[in-house]
Design a protein around this ligand. Structure first.
Ligand code: PEP
Length: 254
């Protein structure tokens, strides 16, 4: 039976009031299940609030990490601070950070290393733009994004890491990759990792992200090489997010 990961990326959204409502609702509907990992990634400032509100069936994630360890880096948050705040996971290389904050492959590799140095599990995001898909570059773009991290760090670090395939054209657009389109890239990601280590290639969770919702998640999660979803917009809607969780639960029990 495969394990599914349901990761909520709240991005720069929320308020103390709306967070409380959302987490209370999720707490009521989500049960501890060894085959489903629910991870909430709120803005940094709400980490403490969510940690206090959540039940233990929910894990905490951050949306970013500094590539530096500590010191004079105004406005940054280090891996050791995240660890101190009881964070378990961290999203690295989200396309919004690659595009808007100059997170290059080199910086992403440093952040990936820093996550591991602080016992955080990185969720490494990769994915092509619309133009790259249209010009047949999807697989080569994803390959270079993954290989640049492997070659700047070590393949062993991927034993305790997650990859999220997020086609840029599907993020926040309402347009989802078809299960077959996603599966093609996911299985290709396993082949890339297999060049380095076949055990890691089989075991690493690979999530799909890009307009996942209650209606389309089941067909995506059913695919052999898809181990759950990284969910943006739909994670801010309590009913939609719980519907995704419940569909995952049904799939696990089928
Ligand atoms: C994301 O933020 O990683 C994401 C996939 O967003 P959305 O679900 O809104 O497309």
């Amino acid at each position: 039976m495969k394990k599914l990961f349901i990761v909520a990326n709240w991005k720069m959204n929320g308020s103390k009031k709306s967070n409380e409502q959302l987490i209370n609702y999720i707490n009521e509907k989500i049960y501890e299940n060894p085959n489903i990992e629910v991870i909430i990634c709120p803005p940094f400032t709400y980490l403490t609030q969510i940690t206090k509100l959540k039940t233990k069936s929910i894990k905490m994630g951050a949306q970013n990490i500094s590539e530096s360890q500590n010191g004079a880096f105004t406005g940054e948050i280090s891996g050791s601070i995240l660890q101190d705040m009881s964070v378990d996971y961290v999203i690295i290389g989200h396309s919004e950070r690659r595009q808007m904050y100059n997170d290059t492959n080199a910086v992403i590799a440093q952040k990936f290393e820093s996550a591991h140095q602080n016992n955080l599990i990185p969720i490494l995001c990769v994915g092509e733009s619309l133009n790259e898909r249209k010009t047949g570059k999807t697989l080569s773009v994803v390959e270079s994004q993954i290989k640049s991290v492997i070659e700047s760090t070590r393949i062993e670090l991927f034993t305790k890491s997650i990859i999220a395939y997020e086609p840029v054209w599907a993020i926040g657009t309402g347009e989802t990759a078809s299960p077959e389109q996603a599966e093609e890239v996911h299985s290709n990601i396993r082949s890339i990792i297999e060049e380095y280590d076949s055990n890691i290639a089989t075991s690493i969770p690979i999530l799909y992200g890009g307009s996942v919702n209650g209606a389309n998640c089941k067909d995506l999660f059913k695919m052999n090489n898809i181990n759950g979803g990284l969910i943006g917009g739909a994670s801010l809607n309590e009913e939609e997010f719980v519907e995704i969780y419940q569909k995952a639960e049904r799939l696990i029990n089928e």
